[in-house]
Design a protein around this ligand. Structure first.
Ligand code: SF4
Length: 455
């Protein structure tokens, strides 16, 4: 069985740089669900150029920005009569499209249905569509990390799936469901111990969760990590409610957390209402600085994810958002453009309004990286928005800004790893948006220059 992690050949978006790409856990889980009698290999285009490897069964998973490439590769194998299965979030949301390129589409999570796919293959009875159902996460086996490419700088660990929130632009709740499902603390610690890398990405959509039970679970995981005596440094996603739990923050730091990604999205309440970002509304935009300060106090940097191009955005609000980042306690920024991922409320709305302008599918899916504009914004032309974002990216990632941010992070977190990771994220996002252009920074040189400042 050949498992394939396709690359986005146009621009691979937020995880395209080697340092921030994470092992393909979905493929690791598929391998773990497959009977031991199978020989399994992963072809990972993050590291290896594609070459045809003979196989009995080919399995691909893809995010939207990878799916164009996934379809190309599926076509190569299909053309040779080798059965191809495609799964993952994009194919789950667009099964009819995916069936034009692969023999089988696996919709939803694989755990409940993979055994049936294998049995049907072995009996020569593969169906076109399999629908997975959401299972309790404690039933999910640990991924086969022995199959991952050894070049990944970060390991990956998942402790939860699903999100009870309903943000309009997000596909997590449509794919993984609105129930917050958890692995057992014991299983998480065992997986943690088995990961070879010293740095780790906990790929949960919210490591801390919602309510006391989830909070206690996250603390137990941190205590388990500390008690294991195995030190790694990691980053993860959380919501702003974490900031009011100083015990959790302290434990996360002690367990190795050095940076967290917060879905800030916007500093304007009306935009949060429109996007149904209720977690942030509960905190209140006027209290955001207290959130950043609480996280810094624990020694952890804040990577803020912002959306540019929301329907009420104008030239002024977009410039203000850049100014907000520059002057705020946010250490580094993921500055994405509003991107209608299939299956989301945003997708259905923009599709109905005829505002998805990059719509030569499947070719144009490779532009859905968050750093290429694919929509007609409400209050400006596509060209104006694209040009404006280039200017804003230049302003937010100006070296003077990054130097000041680095010093501020050092001062507020008193942690050189947190400050280094935040600077690194800023430089990597800059280079992602200016990939191949004259503005691209020489990452090692600039990183060295900015971090050699004595304080
Ligand atoms: S953006 Fe975050 S909080 Fe909102 S639905 Fe997605 S995962 Fe949940």
């Amino acid at each position: 069985m050949l498992l394939i992690n396709p690359k986005n050949i146009f621009k691979a978006g937020i995880y395209h740089t080697d340092e921030y790409s994470v092992p393909p856990m979905n493929l690791g889980v598929i391998a773990a669900l497959t009977p031991e009698s199978w020989d399994i290999e992963i072809l990972d285009e993050n590291f290896d150029d594609f070459e045809f490897i003979p196989a009995d069964l080919v399995v691909l998973t893809a995010l939207t920005s990878q799916v164009t490439r996934a379809y190309e590769i599926a076509g190569i194998y299909r053309g040779k009569g080798i059965p191809t299965v495609i799964g993952g979030i994009h194919a789950s949301m667009m099964p009819d499209e995916a069936l034009g390129f692969a023999d089988v589409v696996l919709k939803g999570e694989a755990e409940s249905i993979w055994g049936e796919v294998i049995r049907d293959f072995e009996n020569g009875e593969l169906k076109s569509i399999y629908q997975g159902t959401l299972q309790p996460l404690y039933k999910s086996p640990p991924p086969r990390i022995d199959l991952y490419h050894p070049g990944y700088a970060f390991g990956s660990l998942q402790t939860t799936r699903g999100c009870p929130m309903n943000c309009d632009f997000c596909s997590v709740h449509t794919f993984n469901g609105r129930k917050y499902r958890c692995k057992s603390v014991e299983d998480v610690i065992e997986e943690y111990k088995s990961i070879p890398q010293k740095t780790l990405y906990i790929i949960d959509d919210d490591f801390y969760g919602y309510g006391k039970k989830h909070a206690e679970r996250s603390k137990q995981i941190c205590r388990g990590i500390i008690d294991s005596g195995i030190k790694k440094e990691w980053y993860t996603f959380v919501s702003m409610n974490l900031a009011s739990d100083s015990e959790a923050l302290e434990l996360m730091f002690q367990a190795g957390c050095r940076m967290i990604l917060l879905g800030i999205e916007s500093e304007l309440s009306d935009q949060l209402v429109a996007a149904e970002k209720t977690t942030n509304l509960k905190v209140g935009v006027e209290n955001y600085e207290q959130v950043y300060a609480a996280i810094h106090k624990a020694g952890i940097a804040v990577l803020g994810s912002f959306i540019f191009g929301l329907d009420t955005d104008t030239l002024v609000t977009i410039r203000n958002r850049t100014d907000y980042f520059i002057n705020s306690g946010v250490d580094c920024i993921q500055p994405g453009m509003l991107t209608p991922l299939p299956g989301t409320g945003t997708y259905f709305k923009l599709q109905e309004e005829g505002r998805i302008i990059k719509n030569n599918f499947p070719k144009d899916w490779e532009r859905f990286t968050f750093f290429n504009n694919v929509i007609q914004p409400k209050n400006m032309t596509h060209e104006e928005f694209t040009a404006l974002m280039k200017e804003e990216w230049k302003r937010m990632f100006d070296l003077k800004v990054l130097k000041r941010k680095y010093l501020n992070t050092l001062k507020s977190t008193r942690n050189v790893v947190a400050a280094g990771w935040a600077l690194s994220a800023n430089l990597k996002y800059h280079n992602t948006v200016f990939e191949g252009e004259k503005e691209e920074y020489n990452y090692p040189e600039v990183f060295k220059e900015l971090t050699s400042i004595s304080v």
